[in-house]
Design a protein. Structure first.
Length: 244
């Protein structure tokens, strides 16, 4: 059967009242630097809006393409609602403080989960033909990774989320060429950028520092435009959230 397109995702949102000013400064400066006439050939449309920044823990494919022959639209929507309802129920049952307390860490780690985004990496092994660039979270003790894997495991073990078998790579997407309009190649290939210089230039960039994680969300795929502080931004629709 054809693979279903993801409809929702589980994530840690990175845009909070304390992080937004930091991210607004760093992303704005990055956009001006890399998209300008003397920049690195990265189109402005490829730089992600501030409000979309998050760490993905996993994706869901609810309904839509699971209906059998002869089933109507109502059944399809019912399938999505059922899967989503179960995921929301699981999210609501998460005891984040307890889960964080179970993370093994060296002494002096502290009780709260904080995120610092530093550096720039390519999702593609060939940096000359990159389509996605991301800021990795600093996690020297592996505390964030362990916590996120623990949260994801709840949904995978329930069966509501399919395990793709890959290691969970925590990343905040800063550049994605899929969002550049009208720049696909003749055969419809995605646009690529030579990211070697920009990665080197931003290897020590601190995008945001010591931002406390407030919770975990289930969001709907496809960011929507919105106005924040008088500026045009985008954000994902939040289906459900659980906070610390």
């Amino acid at each position: 059967p054809p693979r279903q397109s993801p409809t929702h995702f589980l994530c840690i949102p990175l845009v909070t009242p304390s992080s937004r000013p930091q991210l607004a400064r760093s992303i704005s400066a990055f956009r001006s630097d890399v998209c300008g006439p003397l920049g690195f050939g990265i189109p402005e449309g490829a730089v992600r809006p501030i409000g979309t920044l998050h760490l993905t823990l996993g994706v869901f494919s609810f309904g839509k393409e699971t209906e059998g022959e002869g089933s109507g639209k109502k059944d399809t929507e019912g399938g999505e609602d059922k899967g989503l309802d179960r995921a929301v129920e699981l999210l609501g049952g998460l005891k984040l403080k307890e889960m964080l307390g179970e993370v093994k860490e060296p002494e002096g780690g502290g009780g709260r989960l904080k995120v610092t985004l530093k550096g720039l990496r390519s999702m593609q092994a060939d940096k000359e033909k990159a389509t996605v660039l991301y800021a990795p979270p600093e996690d020297p003790l592996g505390k964030l990774q362990q916590f996120c894997e623990g949260v994801k495991k709840v949904f995978v073990e329930d069966g509501v989320m399919v395990e793709d078998g890959r290691l969970l790579l925590l990343h905040a997407t800063v550049v994605n060429t899929v969002y550049v309009k009208g720049r696909r190649g003749r055969r419809g290939e995605r646009m690529t950028v030579d990211a070697r210089e920009v990665i080197e230039r931003y290897e020590d960039e601190v995008w945001m520092e010591d931002v406390e994680v407030e919770g975990v969300q289930i969001c709907k795929m496809g960011a929507k435009k919105r106005i924040v502080d008088g500026e045009e931004d985008e954000a994902y629709e939040v289906e459900a959230e659980v906070r610390f």
